[in-house]
Design a binder for this molecule. Structure first.
Ligand SMILES: NC(=O)C1=CN([C@@H]2O[C@H](COP(=O)(O)OP(=O)(O)OC[C@H]3O[C@@H](n4cnc5c(N)ncnc54)[C@H](OP(=O)(O)O)[C@@H]3O)[C@@H](O)[C@H]2O)C=CC1
Ligand SMILES: C[C@H](CCC(=O)NCCS(=O)(=O)O)[C@H]1CC[C@H]2[C@@H]3C(=O)C[C@@H]4C[C@H](O)CC[C@]4(C)[C@H]3CC[C@]12C
Length: 280
């Protein structure tokens, strides 16, 4: 086992030393699972954690991509790196992933839930089957992974990080199934957090409310995935309740919604060029 004794990543509730260096040091030698780690924000989280010398278990569907990400993580300094490939709409995968963590590490310090199934940015097509499948991938598998991880996280006084979206707080058009899965995450994990606090269980839950992140080519207009990935890890290590990223855009949208929800709805509607949105 790479580690036999563990200190909690930070004290109960929020940590009082919020420097970046501090959160980076806290992750050295920690055992971390990242889902959806073959591309986008998840891949960038894997690279940051590798530089912080964490032990990594990565998941996604595409084995060839995961192999490359694992190789890069080892080059960057990961204490160890391995992967499990498979689709998170398969009910057996969450337990398989946690069994792998327990067998190889004997425990777990941080579970980062980040993967999403495919969904389009378009009018709701009426495809209920798609909603059901997306719920399995984006929501039910998060619940299953967290459930299987909780015994290990209780032992290490570890952390669960849930990557969500502004679409899980403010329902704009053209993302109905996706938005539903993200609202569900908030309901489940915010309720679970309350229960853990009532039971004095020192496992933190960080919900990440992200605005649009540039996961393609770098662009000055959109928030970069590299910075976003680092902020997510930092918020988890510091046991924050929520991350809003980019802070100003997400914070402003949430504030306007709480004061004038109809104004916000109307601003969101008028921000889209409707002629570019698909109807099917
Ligand atoms: N990008 C953005 O603007 C925003 C993103 N977010 C959130 O950030 C998180 C990451 O998003 P982003 O990096 O953009 O997404 P990407 O599409 O770049 O990455 C998604 C990851 O999930 C994996 N994945 C896809 N389908 C499945 C499946 N069925 N089972 C298991 N894994 C799967 C993909 O790999 P593979 O295909 O190999 O399986 C990939 O590793 C998500 O939770 C998203 O909701 C929130 C707000 C904005
Ligand atoms: C649609 C994205 C899902 C990624 C995907 O599967 N793309 C392939 C689609 S295709 O196969 O049909 O080509 C969404 C993932 C993140 C979403 C964004 C988000 O969560 C933040 C905003 C929420 C708001 O309500 C709408 C705009 C968002 C920028 C939203 C846009 C759609 C996503 C990129």
């Amino acid at each position: 086992s790479p580690q036999t004794t563990h200190t909690p990543l930070c004290g109960a509730g929020s940590c009082s030393v919020p420097s970046l260096q501090h959160s980076q040091k806290m992750l050295r030698g920690k055992r971390v699972i990242v889902t959806g780690a073959s591309s986008g924000i998840g891949e960038q989280m894997a690279y940051h954690l590798a530089r912080m010398e964490a032990h990594l278990l990565l998941t996604a569907r595409t084995e060839a991509k995961l192999q490359k990400v694992v190789e890069r993580c080892l080059e960057l300094g990961a204490a160890s790196a391995r992967y499990i490939s498979g689709s998170m709409d398969s009910p057996s995968l969450p337990e398989q992933v946690l069994r792998e963590a327990e067998n190889t590490w004997g425990g777990l310090d941080m579970l980062i839930l980040n993967h999403i199934g495919q969904s389009s940015f378009s009018y709701f097509s009426g495809d209920v089957g798609h909603v059901r499948k997306l719920m399995e991938t984006n929501f039910v598998s998060y619940v299953a992974l967290a459930t299987a991880a909780l015994p290990l996280l209780k032992e290490s006084e570890g952390s669960i990080v849930v990557v969500s979206s502004i679409a899980g707080r403010i329902a704009g058009p053209f993302t109905a199934p996706y938005s539903a899965t993200k609202f569900a995450l908030d309901g489940f994990f915010s309720s679970l957090r309350q229960e853990l606090i009532i039971d004095k269980v020192n496992v933190s839950i960080t919900l990440c409310i992200l605005g649009y992140i540039n996961t393609g080519k770098p662009s000055p207009a959109h928030s970069p995935k590299e910075e976003c990935a680092l902020e997510i890890i930092r918020a988890g290590a510091l046991r924050r309740r929520e991350l809003h990223y980019p802070a100003r855009a997400v914070g402003t949208a949430l504030l306007v919604r709480s004061i004038a929800p109809e104004l916000l709805d109307s601003l969101v509607r008028s921000s889209y060029r409707l002629e570019n949105v698909r109807r099917t």
